[in-house]
Ligand binder design. Structure first.
Ligand code: ATP
Ligand code: MG
Length: 389
């Protein structure tokens, strides 16, 4: 958000005052109080939705005869944090690189802030990006790497310096500013990449697994920091991760991908409470949702019943539940996950508050709250009944 580059005008915005204001607000709203009032008015009229978004329509990217991204459509509202979630190789990075303009789509369309950017070079898309592979300049110091983009955009030295100190403190890099990337640990390098993106204060920020090399404590801290910063700066962010906890805790909207297609898109709560497919049911939540072949449990054939571990209850064996054997007991402090093996060999996880009495090898029964169960069609893997998100 440097003052040097003039705000871009979306082609179809015409001379509308509010749109122009909003556009300028992107680059100035942190510093200029005068635009606050008209901006509020414009937002009330719903204009920000018009500019906001990143919209991706029927995006396809083929490598040879394999489609890494296969007809993907989604949109991210202005100022929202959208997480692309999914297992390794499902096409998350490729999708992000397409939005960034680092790959050219085989077909489809990408819009950022009301402009069709599908064929626009990356540098003209007004985005900041953190790569999965860091992409740091090895011959530059940490400080130089962080301010690189600001230098290119001719932000004055004093401002560069102030912003750099602030971001370095935020990312815990202050002691390493004069080192070269080669003299840093993986986690420290990752934080340099993060700092470089944060400092640019671009309205759109794309992050590819920015925390994958950090330890648990730092990961948690940075998760909170990134989310706070994104909200404070009103950034529109696409954040790639395979970690469902990151997705659940940070996202306004989660896009769950599998083998190049979108399995489900919705808020974290929608994905957790109303998974559209068995894949989503297993991918979101720890432990994964229990899937029980209903044929054996007295229900109709071809239907799989899903039950979250917290909706399961342990009962004495040979009682009113289904009998099983205790296979594992994982004590987590606030609760315990008891793993059972059912008579057909199925694995069932039960969440018990506090400590559980269960011992490995013992027999135990399980029952669940029928009102909290989910039903899936075994053949298609899709949810049956209540509309999914
Ligand atoms: N340049 C390329 N050439 C050929 N195939 C590629 C290329 N880039 C990615 N792919 C393939 O496309 C698929 C999706 O890759 P992508 O990097 O998008 O996955 P990902 O979801 O980011 O996985 P990860 O979590 O492991 O980073 C993979 O099967 C990958 O092998
Ligand atoms: Mg990736």
């Amino acid at each position: 958000m440097s003052g040097s580059s003039p705000p871009l005008m979306p082609a179809h915005a015409g001379a509308d005052n509010h749109v122009q204001l909003l556009y300028e607000a992107d680059s100035r709203f942190l510093r200029d109080q005068r635009i606050e009032k008209p901006l509020r008015k414009a937002i009330r009229r719903g204009w920000e939705r018009f500019l906001s978004r990143i919209a991706v329509e029927h995006l396809v990217k083929e490598f040879g005869d394999q489609a890494a991204v296969n007809d993907v459509s989604f949109s991210v509202e202005r100022g929202a944090l959208c997480v692309l979630l999914g297992p390794s190789g499902c096409g998350k990075s490729t999708t992000l690189r397409l939005v960034a303009g680092l790959e050219e789509p085989t077909s489809g369309r990408i819009e950022i802030e009301g402009r069709d950017v599908t064929r626009l070079p990356s540098k003209d898309r007004r985005i900041a990006m953190v790569f999965q592979s860091y992409a740091l300049f090895p011959h530059l110091s940490v400080a130089q790497n962080i301010v690189f983009g600001l230098e290119v955009r001719r932000v004055p030295r004093a401002e560069r310096e102030t912003r750099m100190r602030k971001v370095a403190t935020l990312t815990g890099l202050s002691p390493y500013l004069s080192r070269k990337p080669g003299e840093l640990s993986g986690g420290q390098r990752q934080r340099v990449a993060l700092a470089r993106a944060i400092i640019s204060e671009q309205p759109v920020c794309l992050m590819d697994e920015p925390l994958s090399n950090l330890d648990a404590k730092l990961r948690h801290e940075m998760r909170v920091e990134i989310r706070a910063l994104q909200q404070r700066l009103g950034m529109t962010m696409i954040y790639v991760t395979h970690d469902q906890i990151e997705a659940m805790t940070m996202a306004d909207r989660v896009i769950l991908m599998n083998e190049g297609v979108i399995e489900q898109a919705g808020s974290p709560a929608e994905l957790y409470e109303c998974p559209a497919t068995m894949f989503a049911a297993r991918f979101i939540g720890a432990p994964p949702m229990n899937l029980i072949e209903t044929g054996g449990a007295g229900g109709p054939d071809g239907v799989v019943t899903g039950v979250r571990a917290e909706d399961m209850r342990l009962v004495p064996a040979s009682g009113n539940g289904t009998d099983a054997q205790v296979a594992s007991v994982e004590y987590l402090g606030a609760d315990t996950i008891v793993g059972l093996t059912g008579q057909a060999g199925e694995a069932i996880a039960v969440r018990v508050a506090g400590r559980a009495e269960a011992r490995i090898g013992e027999r135990a029964g399980f029952i669940w709250d029928r009102r909290r169960e989910h039903r899936f069609d075994r053949a298609s893997g899709r949810r049956i009944g209540a509309a999914s998100a």
